[in-house]
Design a protein around this ligand. Structure first.
Ligand code: NOJ
Ligand code: NOJ
Length: 478
């Protein structure tokens, strides 16, 4: 693992042309429209492409440097979740259900395929056979992400179908149960993180596992196959919650991404400050209370991450684009070495998404108290969106519910800031809309796997979050 990471880091730092993309000059709405259309299409091309088993989601068509022509459990769950989110779109209205059906059947097959690490096996060959090469395994976020996607799929099928299909619903529930049992049996064991580098106990893995069990507990009824498991699920869910709380480091003001590290990341990854914490909160759709986008510790972590990335990537010295201010490009963690350690589309999109989701959430639920932990996030937000004067109004202990004017300003600042993260991507994304995994920290040019399915999925999720914030602002008058 260690040598592998180093070789990649040294030999594959692909930095190509410089210059701003031509599309940096069109309005943000125009760019997002075209980028969304392209992303929807390119994502589709990577779902069950010719020559692969039905149900496969390739991580990328790239077959070397890096070879991502595989089906990852994590990537595929997040991509199918995006397909479900876009079931209303022209691109997916006709096909989302078939994509879900294929995903379900393929998931069943993978669950039945013998592997060296059980359901924690992170990726499979595109013909559906087990990948036996050396890899960072197990990765125990996979089954939990699959559960979350399947629950959403089940809800959508029930909502949108004219008649029920009990057999298909049962199949989904059985797959979910198998994954939940795996979580229950393995939640205390170490596994590799979502970046496939570190063996230990991870915030990301834990929060998706906790949410998978939480969702199962919310759906306790006589039809679910886990009726007898309530006490067990509750116990593990609570155990995960308690374990997650221990990731908070008050002295550093962020959640550490990994505890009890066993191997990986030797010689780097010193801070344990990692975007995976934010991804975990977004991928579980947590909007209320602890470990949600409202949690002041989550916002403190976001603030620390943004400040760090703003400082370390030279492209972030550009703070103005042709059309106005741009937010910093965001990466995974500060001393990342993979392909030279660059900003990624999934991580920069996550920042846009976080801002829009928080805006929407504040429109729906006005209560939010400024605390010692979240105040830096909000002051910075106001400063970065030219609402500097308002910064002085932000005082610890103040509740936004009792200050509607400031609440409106914060909501609008969140939306402006969300757009600034989009504007950052607009600045560097190629004119043809093709998104790689990363863009170079020095000049924004494309790096690593081309047409990364997850890049498209994540920008689409952020675009959807923006649309929801806009829609709601229309109805609430904000
Ligand atoms: C190290 C990278 O950082 C990780 O994200 C990647 O998946 C593996 N190497 C395999 O390519
Ligand atoms: C590397 C990323 O670190 C990992 O999270 C992802 O699953 C693979 N690439 C495939 O996209």
């Amino acid at each position: 693992m260690k040598t592998y990471v180093k070789i990649l880091a040294l030999s594959m730092c692909l930095v190509t042309s410089t210059a701003l993309a031509a599309n940096a000059f069109v309005s943000i709405d125009e760019w997002l429209d075209s980028q969304a259309a392209i992303s929807l299409l390119r994502m589709k091309e990577n779902i069950s492409p010719a020559g692969t088993a039905t149900g496969v989601v390739i991580a990328s068509p790239s077959r070397q440097d890096p070879d991502y022509y595989f089906h990852w459990i994590r990537d595929s769950a997040l991509v199918i979740d995006t397909v479900l989110t876009y079931s209303h779109s022209n691109a997916y209205a006709q096909s989302w259900k078939q994509d879900l059906i294929d995903f379900v059947h393929f998931s069943k097959r993978l669950q039945q395929t013998p592997t060296t690490t059980g359901l924690g096996e992170p990726r499979f060959n595109v013909d559906g056979s087990v990948f036996l090469g050396d890899w960072a395994r197990p990765q125990n976020d996979g089954p939990a992400l699959r559960v979350l996607t399947l629950f959403r799929g089940l809800d959508l099928v029930r909502k949108k179908s004219k008649s029920r299909d009990p057999q298909f619903e049962q199949l989904i529930l059985d797959i979910i149960q198998t994954d939940l049992n795996y979580i229950v049996e393995n939640w205390q064991k170490p596994s590799f993180d979502l970046w496939e580098e570190i063996n230990g106990q991870h915030f990301y893995t834990r929060i998706v596992q906790m949410e998978a069990l939480g969702q199962a507990l919310n759906r306790m009824n006589s039809h679910v196959p886990w009726q007898q498991d309530e006490a067990k699920f509750r116990h593990v869910r609570d155990g995960l919650k308690a374990a997650l709380e221990k990731h908070w480091q008050a002295d550093k003001a962020y959640f550490s991404v990994t505890r009890d590290r066993l191997e990986g990341g030797e010689g780097y990854k010193f801070t344990d400050l990692d975007i995976a914490v934010i991804l975990g909160v977004l991928h579980t759709y947590r909007y209320n209370g602890e470990l949600s986008i409202r949690d002041d510790r989550v916002l403190s972590t976001a603030f620390k991450l943004e400040s760090r990335f703003a400082a370390i990537y030279s492209i972030n010295s550009i703070s103005q684009g042709p059309l106005g201010p741009v937010a910093p490009a965001i990466g995974r963690y500060d001393d990342d070495v993979y392909f030279g350690g660059n900003p990624w589309y999934i991580t920069t999109s996550a920042f846009a998404e976080l801002h829009f989701r928080l805006a929407t959430n504040l429109m729906k639920k006005p209560t939010l108290v400024f605390t010692t932990k979240n105040i830096a996030f909000f002051k910075h937000l106001l400063a970065a969106t030219n609402a500097k004067k308002k910064q002085n109004q932000v005082r610890i202990g103040m509740n936004l519910k009792r200050n509607p004017e400031l609440r409106e300003q914060i909501i609008s600042a969140l939306r402006v800031r969300g757009d600034q993260f989009f504007a950052r991507m607009q600045l560097h994304a190629p004119a043809d809309g093709g998104l790689h995994e990363q863009f170079a920290r020095t000049d924004g040019s494309p790096v690593s796997a081309r047409d990364l399915t997850w890049s498209y999925a994540s920008i689409l999720m952020a675009i959807q979050a923006r649309a929801e914030a806009k829609l709601l602002s229309g109805t609430t008058g904000l």
